[in-house]
Design a protein around this ligand. Structure first.
Ligand code: C2E
Ligand code: MG
Ligand code: MG
Length: 558
C-alpha cells in the first residue's frame, strides 16, 4: 500500500500493463535503447551509524537519465522494466556497477564502507541466475562479499516465501549480507523473520515519520528494534527527515539511519566528496568530553525548581526545568538529558506517569522521583518495572540530594560507556571482517593469476614442442636446457639432447653460434641437408643462447 503511495509522485508516469500496446512497445524499445546507450546511473544515499554518526555504508538507487524527461526515479520506470523482462539485465548492471564503485572508493581510502543493492522480486524467480550474477559482480570488482548488502522488500520475500529462504541461504553462503527492505509494510510477521537468514531490517519510513508524535506508531518501531536485536538482526530506520526523529531513534538503540536529515541520494561524484570530507573517525574520548552532564528538574512549584537549581548549579550541571510532564517531554525531544528529577504530585500528569513515558521513549535516562507525597502502590510498581531508579523524599537534605544526583550521573555514564564499548567492539569487528575479506580476495586473485600463469606456460611448452622447427636452448654453462621434438629428431641420435653437454652433442656450425658475441646467423649441413641457423640470447630465468634451425628453401629463407 505504501509503495503505491510512494510511486504516485504526481509526475507523468510511464504507461504500464493496461496502456495501449503501441505506447508500451515504444517504452519497451526506449528502455532497450537506454540499456545499450548507458542512460542508467546509480545515485548513492549514505547510511549512518547512530552511535558515531558516521557513514558506514551507502545504498545504490537507480536513476534513468531520459534524453527528454531528465532524471527519472525508479517509480517511473521500474514496473515497466519488470514487465518487459529487462529487470534481470538492468539488475545485473546495477550489481556490477555498485561493486565496481565501492571497490574504487575503498581503493581511494574512503572506507570502511559497504554498498546496498536493491533486488526486484522478479530477480528471485531465477535463483541460480541471481547467484551467478552476484558472484560475477563480486569477482569482476574483486570486492570482499561481506561488503555487499542485498535488499529485498518484505513483500518480495513473502511472494517467494518458500524458495526465498533457500536462495537467501545460498546468497549468504557467498558471504553477502541480506536486508529486508520496507519492513512493516508487508505482513511477514515475526515468525518469518525468525526463519529467514537475515542480517538487517530496514523499518519503513511510514513508521519513522510518526515516531515523535504518535505513541502507538513509536512503539511499533520500538517493538521492531527490540525483537530484531533479540534475533541478532540489526535495525536501520529509513526515511529519517528530522533531528527529533533521529534523537528518538538513537535513544531507542536503533543501529543505523538513512534519510534526508543526513543526505538525499547523491550522484557518485558528490557521494565521493562527502566521504572524503568525513575523514577519519575522531578518537571516541574527544566526542565524550564535548558533552556536558544534563539534568532535567520537573516540579509544578516554581519556588522549588528555583531552590533546587540554586543548590545544584554549583555541581556544574547543565540544568533544564519544566513545570509539568508535557513541557518536560518537549524539552526531552530537543535535549540530550542524562538524569531526571521529578515531583510526583503534579496536575495533568503524575511524576510516575511522566517517568513511565520517558522510560519507553528514552530508556537510557536515569529517572528519580522527589516527593513529599507517598502513594506507596504506584511508587513501588514504578520502581519494580524499572521506570524509577530512586525515590527521594521532600523536604530534602541538601548534601544527600547532591550525592544522589552525582551517583545517578555516574550510573548513567557507566551505561553510556558500556554502550560505547559495545559499539566500538562491533566497529572493530566489522573493520576486521572487511580487512579479512580484502585479504581473502587478494589471495584469491593471486592464486588465479598463478594458476593462469601456470596454464599459459603449459600451453607455450606444448606449442614449442609441436612446432615443426628445431629449437635448442643452451644455458651459460653449455648445458642443453631445452630441445623440442623437431630438434631431438634432427640431432639426438641414441640419447636425448635435453640435459646433455652442448659441446659433445651439437655440430661445430651450431656451437659457433653459442658465443654471445656472435649475434649473426650461420649455416650448417646436417645429414646432407643445408640449414640456416639463428642464434639469439635468452634473457629469461635461464640466460644463455637459443638456436633456431631452418631448412634452407623452407619458411621463406634460403
Ligand atoms: P527503497 O529501497 O526503500 O529506497 C529508499 C527510497 O526512499 C529512495 O527512493 C530514497 O530516495 C527515498 N528516501 C530516502 N530517504 C528519504 C527521506 O528522508 N524522506 C523521503 N520522503 N524519502 C526518502 P527512490 O530512489 O525513489 O527509490 C524508490 C524505490 O525503488 C527503492 O526504495 C527501491 O525499492 C526501488 N529501487 C531503487 N533502485 C533500485 C534498483 O536498482 N533495483 C531495484 N530492483 N529496485 C530499486
Ligand atoms: Mg532499499
Ligand atoms: Mg525501503
Amino acid at each position: 500500500m505504501l509503495r503505491e503511495r510512494r510511486r504516485d509522485s504526481g509526475r507523468c508516469h510511464m504507461p504500464a500493463m493496461n496502456e495501449p500496446a503501441m505506447e508500451r512497445r515504444q517504452i519497451d524499445s526506449e528502455l532497450r535503447l537506454a540499456v545499450s546507450r548507458g542512460e542508467f546511473e546509480l545515485y548513492y544515499q549514505p547510511k549512518v551509524d547512530c552511535g558515531s554518526r558516521r557513514i558506514t555504508g551507502t545504498e545504490a538507487l537507480l536513476r534513468w537519465n531520459h534524453p527528454l524527461r531528465g532524471v527519472l526515479p525508479p517509480a517511473e520506470f521500474l514496473p515497466v522494466l519488470e514487465e518487459v523482462g529487462l529487470i534481470g539485465e538492468v539488475g545485473g548492471w546495477v550489481l556490477r556497477e555498485a561493486c565496481r564503485q565501492l571497490k574504487a572508493w575503498l581503493d581511494a581510502g574512503l572506507g570502511p564502507l559497504s554498498v546496498a543493492v536493491n533486488l526486484s522480486a522478479r530477480q528471485l524467480d531465477d535463483g541460480p541466475a541471481l547467484l551467478a550474477t552476484v558472484r560475477g559482480a563480486l569477482q569482476a570488482a574483486a570486492l570482499p562479499p561481506q561488503l555487499l548488502e542485498l535488499e529485498l522488500t518484505e513483500t518480495a520475500l513473502m511472494a517467494h516465501a518458500g524458495q526465498a529462504v533457500a536462495i537467501l541461504a545460498e546468497l549468504r553462503q557467498l558471504g553477502v549480507t541480506i536486508s529486508v527492505d520496507d519492513f512493516g509494510t508487508g505482513d511477514s510477521g515475526l515468525t518469518y523473520l525468525k526463519r529467514s537468514p537475515l542480517d538487517r531490517v530496514k523499518v519503513d519510513r511510514s513508521f519513522i515519520q510518526d515516531i515523535a508524535a504518535d505513541r502507538n506508531e513509536a512503539s511499533i518501531t520500538r517493538a521492531i528494534i527490540t525483537m530484531a536485536h533479540q534475533l541478532k538482526v540489526k535495525v536501520v530506520a529509513e526515511g529519517v527527515e528530522t533531528e527529533t526523529q533521529m534523537s528518538l531513534l538513537v535513544a531507542n538503540q536503533c543501529d543505523e539511519i538513512q534519510g534526508f536529515v543526513f543526505s538525499r541520494p547523491l550522484p557518485a561524484a558528490e557521494m565521493e566528496r562527502m566521504l572524503g570530507e568525513q575523514g577519519k573517525p575522531p578518537p571516541p574520548a574527544a566526542v565524550e568530553q564535548a558533552r556536558q552532564r544534563t539534568l532535567l528538574l520537573v516540579d509544578d512549584e516554581e519556588n522549588i525548581l528555583a531552590s533546587l537549581k540554586r543548590l545544584l548549579r554549583r555541581d556544574g550541571y547543565h540544568i533544564l526545568t519544566a513545570t509539568g510532564g508535557a513541557e518536560a517531554l518537549e524539552l526531552l525531544v530537543q535535549n540530550d538529558v542524562d538524569v531526571i528529577l521529578s515531583d510526583q504530585r503534579m496536575p495533568n500528569m503524575t511524576g510516575v506517569e511522566f517517568l513511565r513515558r520517558v522510560k519507553t521513549l528514552y530508556p537510557a535516562t536515569v529517572r528519580m522521583v522527589l516527593s513529599g507525597y507517598t502513594e506507596l502502590q504506584s511508587i513501588t510498581d514504578a520502581i519494580n518495572e524499572g521506570a524509577i531508579y530512586k525515590f527521594l523524599t521532600k523536604p530534602w537534605d541538601d548534601e544527600l540530594l547532591r550525592a544522589n544526583i552525582e551517583e545517578a550521573f555516574r550510573y548513567k555514564e557507566m551505561g553510556d560507556e558500556n554502550l560505547r564499548l559495545g559499539r566500538e567492539l562491533e566497529l572493530a569487528n566489522r573493520e576486521l571482517a572487511a580487512a579479512n575479506g580484502q585479504l581473502t580476495a587478494l589471495l584469491h586473485d593471486k592464486q588465479r593469476q598463478l594458476a593462469l600463469g601456470g596454464a599459459s606456460l603449459e600451453v607455450m611448452r606444448e606449442i614449442l614442442q609441436e612446432i615443426p622447427l628445431p629449437m635448442i636452448g643452451v644455458d651459460e654453462d653449455g648445458l642443453i636446457v631445452f630441445a623440442n621434438q623437431s630438434a631431438e629428431s634432427l640431432l639426438s641420435g641414441d640419447c636425448p639432447l635435453l640435459g646433455a653437454d652442448a659441446c659433445t652433442r651439437l655440430p661445430e656450425a651450431l656451437l659457433r653460434l653459442l658465443s654471445p658475441a656472435d649475434e649473426g646467423d650461420g649455416e650448417a649441413v646436417i645429414g646432407g641437408c643445408a640449414y640456416r641457423v639463428l642464434g639469439r640470447d635468452m634473457h629469461g630465468r635461464a640466460s644463455g643462447r637459443l638456436l633456431l634451425v631452418l631448412r634452407k628453401g623452407e619458411n621463406g629463407c634460403g
